[in-house]
Design a protein around this ligand. Structure first.
Ligand code: GLP
Length: 247
């Protein structure tokens, strides 16, 4: 069942980034104080580059925007060059006028993870919830670091990474060696993500084709975490032809 998921298939990864950036810039232009959710990984890098270009050349302003990120490696300081806080600074935050104090990323070095996670959930609620959350997808269908088996009502918490995810993130793009990848992460839950008013999931490349097909056309099941978005009222997948090839 495809549920409510809206699908946009683009010619290539570049068009995926441009379409995704358009959706976010439209929201921010319409609602300058928007609360946005952000993702890390290779896939959204070009979207952030496009948003940075729109800021520089077209005056798109993030001055009143608040952002929440999906997840953070457990044990990494925000200054570590593989932390997601560092990723966001270098790919987006330092290139636009978003105020650093309005950017929320889970603290991978928090002394008490349960308290950190609960405070993060409360912060999202206190900001009125997330208007639009950008997502990627793992080859195994994970969203954020919600690995297969994560319940539909899961909340922000400390999670273990699967070997597949550890390997995927140590293929030379990020960590050089699997031994360097943290085994755990703090991740927003599927329940947390589903509460966003809008969701935009990006996928590019043939490596994501199975996960996209299972998420869109397969059963609604924790075995494929992204399939748990099928009943969301406003969820769009923006994918390139390769990622759409098994639909
Ligand atoms: C990582 C992140 C996810 C991301 C996914 C895909 O493990 N925690 O949020 O969506 O993997 O990443 P990539 O875009 O690099 O394929």
């Amino acid at each position: 069942m495809a549920g409510n998921i809206k699908l946009m298939v683009c010619d290539n990864a570049d068009s995926v980034a441009k379409e995704a950036a358009k959706v976010f810039s439209a929201l921010i232009s319409d609602r300058p104080e928007a609360v946005i959710g952000l993702a890390t990984g290779s896939t959204p890098e070009n979207t952030y580059a496009e948003l940075a270009r729109m800021h520089k050349e077209e005056g798109l302003s993030f001055a009143k925007v608040t952002s929440f990120n999906l997840d953070e490696y457990w044990g990494l300081d925000g200054d570590h060059d593989q932390s997601y806080r560092y990723f966001m600074r270098t790919n987006l935050f330092d290139k636009v006028d978003i105020r650093p104090w309005n950017t929320f990323v889970l603290n991978g070095k928090a002394q008490f993870p349960a308290i950190e996670c609960e405070a993060y959930e409360q912060k999202i609620v206190s900001m009125g919830g997330v208007d639009l959350w950008l997502l990627g997808i793992g080859g195994n269908g994970h969203i954020a670091f919600n690995e297969p088996g994560s319940p539909v009502d899961s909340r922000t918490r400390l999670v273990s990474l699967t070997q597949e995810t550890i390997d995927a993130n140590s293929d030379g793009r990020f960590f050089k060696d699997a031994s360097e990848v943290p085994r755990c992460a703090l991740s927003t839950g599927i329940g947390t993500i589903r509460e966003a008013r809008g969701l935009v999931l990006l996928a590019t490349g043939a490596k994501k084709a199975d996960a996209i097909a299972a998420a869109v056309n397969g059963p609604f099941t924790p075995d494929v975490p992204a399939s748990l978005l099928q009943d969301h009222p406003d969820c769009t997948f923006i994918v390139d032809k390769d990622a759409a090839s098994k639909l």
